[in-house]
Design a protein around this ligand. Structure first.
Ligand code: 3H9
Length: 721
């Protein structure tokens, strides 16, 4: 086996190869690393390897594989981006990657690549430069260019090679959204040449390499078929494609994310001026993007999320209990959402229980809808679907709960009801079974008062709709033992959630910091602001939807309930407007938000249709200009930041990282601002305190700055050191 002397920092070389019957079988395997990434050092090894293969007269053809059992190449090494100091340096990094892949593309001997597992970013760009791509049909084989999610663009030729291979539309679709596709779809789109079951990947790839050595070349159809020819194949068609794509990007990003627009430019420029000019432009744009504040923030989020994945959530915890059977009490919207997601993501046996069989049947149907959706999107096969559906069962009693390592209750949000469920179920559960409450407001310690074994009671606060919302708050009560925490955290992760462990206090983290934001809507409406203006200002700041729309999504009945709990707990500073009965009046009129077709807005056919004026009648307020836009925005955002600071001061989250990730994944705090605490650091505590004091003078105690912000302003400290 041949190797290249590794750089001193690495214990063993990453790139190795063997030559047999004219085929060099090259394997990339970064020793001691969970995934393969292309760092500068790996790039040097690649170059040396290809130089050696070029000179080796025994080698007629090359077959390339990853040595990792579950992934191919996760892209360029993102750690290296953090050290980039200037756009020029970043441009050089991109140009260096392009040069390496140019050598691969022009290599004198054919190269076939066998892909199994994640093939992302620079990893896919490498595969694109090779001459033949074979991929496994395994669900783990995900192919994509996620760069824009890091605020950059595919900078190693991806913006040039992919549109040439798969057509402009398919390429833009992947590049601009930063999405990954399963191999079967990538195959349909012409991004890979052959799709095979995993056990024969090696054989098929080597066979293709040999065929190419004999002069055979793959015949590829014109990408995108006849429509592709009309749209991608001529300048007029292409202009339409780019105009439409630009419009969609602007609609989706509100202009806050520069990367997709830059990627669009790199693709368009390359198709207009040829690949060499395209590559130059791509490297320039990569350079500019890599050092933007937006990219820095998105990269921080990437690393913070990865750190969180490994955080057990509690110190010195014994390993989690492996959940194989999940019990769910309450088969309503939340219960069925948890059931469906648990089946799809964690593939556990789920047993549901509700008061009567009809309700359970409804719940199972709703849980199944999550599987139907996956099947429709071809995320799972028919075979997987049938297997997963069989995991769902239920009844009107606790039969089967005796084997559930974890039971989650999602019954009516009432302390008495939840305690009653706990009392009923405890004798049925296995002696080490965990009981979790999916409460959004009730203290876990209170619920656990009804338990014989409070050490195994915990909160798991899912967000609605469970299948889509990425965050889970895990809340230990006063007597919860560490293994209960680690079990809940580990299971939450298996469900695909980003998990933060939060102190047992009213509103936990997400609802706590949303409370003043939601209340301020009432104050602003009372002062004559309009619903649309409030929402559009928040969207312009970068929230996915405005606060009024958010209330409609959450449900106004739920919002009123949460607001009541929050006021009771923090009434000294979380203060609803004196006409706060307004929202309650909407609820009384049956306007519960999206779920009832009417809230602040009207909903028809699942779409938001606008505000109907009668809502102002019910609220007892009328838009008349209201405060200035800048003040509206400040009054929405600063109290949220202030409450986040207060909660951090009280230890509600373990650290600022958890708080920021919770806000970004919990309700879409603009990721390019890094979360409320990073945003506070950027503004500076001194400025925030001054602004809050000014607002407090005019509008009262709800704006009084948190002690922690005052301290920071005084000491010149920040949330992040
Ligand atoms: C790019 O390619 C730019 C080019 O176009 C141009 C260049 C000129 N770099 O997520 P996991 C680490 S940009 C550095 O838990 P999983 C990760 O931090 C890149 N580190 O595993 C973690 O480290 P630790 C475009 C990386 O199995 C460990 O690997 N590519 C990278 O759940 C395990 O990760 C992407 O954006 C990286 N590229 O998921 C893909 N990737 O153990 C990013 C991973 O110290 N990666 N690490 O905390 C992923 O999406 C997932 O890691 C993946 C595996 C799906 C691959």
């Amino acid at each position: 086996m041949a190797t290249i002397a590794p750089p001193s920092s690495r214990v063993a070389p990453a790139v190795t190869w063997d030559v047999q019957e004219g085929v060099a079988v090259v394997v990339l395997d970064l020793t001691g690393q969970p995934v393969n990434v292309i760092s500068r050092a790996v790039k040097d090894e690649f170059l040396a390897c290809f130089a050696a293969l070029a000179d080796d007269s025994r080698v007629q053809t090359v077959a390339f594989f990853s040595g990792k059992p579950e992934n191919f190449i996760a892209g360029a090494d993102i750690e290296e981006f953090v050290q980039l100091e200037s756009a020029a340096e970043a441009e050089r990094l991109s140009a260096g990657g392009q040069e390496m892949l140019d050598r691969v593309a022009r290599f004198s001997k054919p190269i076939a690549v066998g892909i199994h597992g994640a093939c992302l970013g620079g990893g896919f760009e490498f595969a694109l430069a090779c001459h033949y791509r074979v991929a496994t049909d395994h669900p783990k084989t995900q192919i994509g260019l996620p760069e824009v999610q890091l605020g950059i663009l595919p900078g190693a030729g991806g913006c040039q090679r992919l549109p040439r291979l798969a057509g402009a539309r398919a390429a833009l679709d992947m590049i601009l959204a930063g999405k990954s596709e399963r191999a079967a779809k990538a195959f349909r789109l012409g991004m890979v040449d052959e799709l095979v079951p995993q056990p024969i990947l090696r054989e098929v790839t080597i066979a293709a390499a040999k065929r190419m050595a004999g002069g055979w070349r793959p015949k590829r159809k014109r990408p995108g078929g006849f429509i592709g020819f009309l749209l991608d194949g001529n300048p007029l068609g292409r202009r339409i494609v780019f105009r439409t794509a630009r419009k969609q990007v602007l609609e989706r990003t509100g202009g806050h994310f520069p990367a997709p627009l830059a990627a669009l430019e790199a693709v368009e420029y390359g198709l207009k001026h040829g690949i060499d000019e395209g590559l130059k432009r791509e490297a320039q744009l990569f350079g500019q993007l890599a050092v933007t504040d937006v990219s820095r923030k998105l990269v921080q989020i990437f690393f913070a999320t990865n750190q969180l994945k490994k955080d057990p959530g509690v110190a010195n915890a014994p390993p989690p209990v492996r959940v194989q059977r999940l019990g769910i009490v309450g088969s309503g919207f939340m219960g069925s959402g948890i059931a469906g997601t648990a089946v799809v993501q964690a593939e556990v046996d789920v047993r549901m229980k509700d008061a009567d069989v009809a309700r359970v049947a409804q719940g199972i149907l709703a849980a199944r809808a999550i599987l139907d959706d996956r099947l429709k999107r071809r995320r799972i096969t028919k075979y997987e679907y049938a297997r997963l559906v069989a995991l769902l069962s239920g009844g009107d009693n606790y039969a089967g709960f005796g084997r559930a390592e974890l039971t989650i209750e999602a019954v009516f949000e009432d302390l008495g009801v939840k305690q009653q469920v706990l009392r009923e179920i405890e004798p049925v559960l296995p002696s080490d079974g965990v009981f979790a409450s999916n409460t959004s407001t009730i203290p876990i310690t209170r619920i656990a008062e009804a338990a014989q074994a409070p050490e195994r009671v915990i909160g798991m606060h899912f967000f609605s709709p469970v299948a889509k919302m990425p965050l889970l708050e895990v809340i230990p009560g006063a007597r919860t033992e560490p293994q209960t925490v680690s079990t809940a955290v580990a299971f939450g992760r298996r469900m695909g959630k980003t998990v933060i462990v939060v102190r047992d206090s009213p509103g936990f983290w997400v609802n706590r910091i949303l409370a003043p934001y939601g209340n301020e809507i009432g104050h602003l409406l009372a002062e004559g602001a309009s619903i649309e203006e409030i929402d559009s200002l928040a969207v312009r700041f970068g929230f996915p939807v405005g606060p009024v729309t958010l209330l409609d999504e959450v449900g106004l009945d739920v919002a009123v309930k949460v607001a009541g709990v929050m006021q009771e707990a923090y009434g000294d500073h979380i203060i609803p407007p004196s006409n706060g009965a307004g929202v309650a009046a909407l609820v009384k009129a049956g306007r519960l938000g999206r779920k009832s077709g009417r809230g602040f807005y009207i909903y028809k056919g699942g779409k938001k249709r606008g505000v109907d004026p009668s809502v102002y009648e019910l609220l007892g307020v009328h838009p008349n200009g209201g405060p200035r836009p800048a003040e509206i925005l400040q009054r929405l955002v600063l109290p949220m930041v202030n409450e986040a600071a207060r909660a951090v001061g009280e230890g509600v989250v373990h650290n600022p990282r958890d708080g920021d990730i919770g806000a970004i994944f919990g309700f879409g705090f603009p990721p390019f601002r890094g979360g409320p605490l990073r945003y506070a650091d950027d503004l500076g505590a001194e400025r925030i305190v001054t602004d809050l004091e000014r607002l407090a003078e005019r509008h009262g105690a709800r704006f009084a700055p948190a002690d922690l912000l005052r301290e920071q302003a005084h000491d010149g400290t920040k949330f992040y050191a």
